[in-house]
Structures are given as structure tokens and as C-alpha cells.
Design a protein around this ligand. Structure first.
Ligand code: AMP
Length: 295
């Protein structure tokens, strides 16, 4: 398995597979692959006949002053991981290949792209949706795999696929974590040791949110406050946002009811921005009347 760098070569490599109707699973990544990515790959391997991993640090999803230049890159190590996990094709194009000229077309899954992380990172989700649409058109997958860790991204992609009738089965994969609960992320390696140790507080706070909801707390404000309080115990943590939203639509929630909610957290440690989430299916708040019983 050698990496493919051009769109033409990629299309050629997959032509026979597509013609014979094989299932093709795509795992889009920005490389620097870790256990989280490889879990997506394993899911794709189990579900599809052909597995394609794309490795592309997409410049259009980074804002000015963000970490595009310092984003970790290690293609050789990524290829070794992909080989070890039975990947059939690695597509690793250069920026010129994907953007030979500035695009005149952009995919904007508004209003999902302008809320939550989209407020702090304007243009980010437009960059993500547009590059994923391009990857879908280039690879032509039957299935694609995304992490729940980037929950808003997954929601944007699901909506784009629905709106544009892509006919690609999207699988969201639960977040893979380090032993102390910190979500695996390429950015974790940029944390200084003190921040790395402190960052475990994020998962702890999400666990607290889950516990409170299970215990019957129905006020989103109380959950958000509890998460903020738990994280604030760590002086090194700079809380950027804590939100509780409807898990499917990301709409605001007035009372936590019987539909699942998601708690979304963004915390900065030094100059490293970490995100995490926890979906919680709230327990029914009241005993339903049994058949024949008057409420
Ligand atoms: P990235 O390389 O950060 O763009 O991530 C590529 C894909 O891997 C995205 O769909 C991410 O949501 C997913 N991913 C990243 N970290 C994790 C993790 N810890 N657990 C599960 N999926 C992840």
C-alpha cells in the first residue's frame, strides 16, 4: 500500500472497485493518527470491503492565528499505522491538488456552522463541509466514518449529506479516550506536562453532567454551571464554552426531557484548544401510566 497523492490516481485506483459494486469506506483525517482515528478505521474495516483513509491538513478550516503551521504532521508514521490496520488506500494530496485555485463554491450548512464552535472559529465549518464534500466527490465512498468527539462537525456532515442527497451512510464513532479520560487528540501532544495532567478535568466534568442528569436535574443552566465549576477547579484551564444542546439538532434546550442532549465543552490549556462532549439520554422524568391506568 503506497500513498496516492493525486485525484486522478485515486480515481484510477478505485475505478474497478466501484464498477464491481464493492462497498468503499472513507475515513477523512488530518493525519498524526492516534487510537481515536484508528478506531474509525477499524469500524470501516469491519463494515466495508475497501477502506480509504484521507490525510489532508485542510487550510481552509483554520482561521488566522490558528495552529495550521504547527499542526503535527508525520506521514511515515501514519502510513505504518494504516498498514497495520489493513487500510487499502491512503489518499494524501497536497494543498495544490485540492485547491489549485481559490474555490468559488462553498458549502455552508447554516445555521449549524455559525453556532457554538462556529462563533469562536468563523469559517471553520464551511471549510470542513466543503473539503468533506470534495473528498466525497473524489473518493465516491458508500460509507464514511467520523468521530463523535467533533460532535458539531458530525452534525454538520450528517445534515449536508441529507440536504445534498449524498447517499453515503454516515457512522458516528464514540470518543476514544486516554486512561484518565482525556479524549485522544492530535493536539494532546502539544500540551505541556502540567496541562496534560490538568486536562483530565474535562472528562471528569462531563461525567458529573451525566451523573446530575441521571439523578433527575432537568435545568440545562444547572448542568452547565456544574460543568464550569468542576473545570474551574483547575487553575490552568481557560474555559471557552460549555453548552447543553439537543443531541440531534444542536438546538437550545429549555428543559432536559426525554430526547437525548449533548454537553459540549471547549477549554484552552496554554495555546492548545481542546474540545470534548458527552451525549446523555435523559431518563423519563415521570412514571408513565400503565395500560388501562388513569393518569
Ligand atoms: P482529525 O484528524 O482531527 O480531523 O480527525 C479525523 C476524524 O477522527 C474525525 O472524524 C474525528 O472526529 C475523529 N477523531 C479524532 N479524535 C477522536 C477520538 N478521540 N475518538 C474518536 N474519533 C476521533
Amino acid at each position: 500500500m503506497t500513498p496516492i497523492h493525486t485525484i486522478a490516481d485515486l480515481r484510477r485506483a478505485l475505478e474497478a472497485e466501484r464498477r464491481s459494486g464493492r462497498t468503499i469506506g472513507l475515513v477523512p483525517t488530518m493525519g498524526s493518527l492516534h487510537r481515536g482515528h484508528m478506531t474509525l478505521v477499524d469500524r470501516a474495516r469491519a463494515a466495508c470491503e475497501i477502506v480509504v483513509v484521507s490525510i489532508f491538513v485542510n487550510p481552509t478550516q483554520f482561521g488566522p492565528g490558528e495552529d495550521l503551521a504547527t499542526y503535527p504532521r508525520d506521514l511515515d508514521a501514519d502510513l505504518a499505522e494504516c498498514r497495520a490496520h489493513g487500510v487499502d488506500v491512503v489518499f494524501a494530496p497536497g494543498v495544490e491538488e485540492i485547491y489549485p485555485e481559490p474555490l468559488a463554491t462553498e458549502i455552508d450548512v447554516a445555521p449549524l456552522s455559525t453556532i457554538l464552535i462556529g462563533v469562536e472559529r468563523p469559517g471553520h465549518f464551511q471549510g470542513v463541509a466543503t473539503v468533506v464534500a470534495k473528498l466525497f466527490n473524489i473518493v465516491g465512498p458508500t460509507h464514511a466514518f467520523f468521530g463523535e468527539k467533533d460532535y458539531q462537525q458530525l452534525t454538520v456532515i450528517r445534515r449536508m449529506v441529507r440536504d445534498l442527497s449524498y447517499g453515503i451512510a454516515i457512522t458516528g464513532v464514540p470518543t476514544v479516550r486516554e486512561e484518565d479520560g482525556l479524549a485522544c487528540s492530535s493536539r494532546n501532544q502539544k500540551l505541556v506536562p502540567e496541562d496534560r495532567a490538568a486536562a483530565a478535568v474535562i472528562a471528569k466534568a462531563l461525567g458529573e453532567a451525566e451523573r446530575l442528569i441521571a439523578a433527575g436535574v432537568r435545568d440545562p443552566g444547572a448542568i452547565v454551571a456544574a460543568v464550569e465549576r468542576t473545570i474551574a477547579v483547575e487553575a490552568r484551564a481557560d474555559i471557552r464554552s460549555v453548552d447543553l444542546r439537543d443531541a440531534e439538532t444542536l438546538a437550545m434546550v429549555e428543559t432536559i426531557g426525554e430526547t437525548p442532549v449533548v454537553v459540549l465543552v471547549t477549554v484552552r490549556f496554554g495555546d492548545v484548544l481542546l474540545i470534548d462532549q458527552r451525549t446523555v439520554a435523559a431518563a423519563p422524568s415521570a412514571k408513565r401510566p400503565a395500560k388501562g391506568e388513569t393518569p
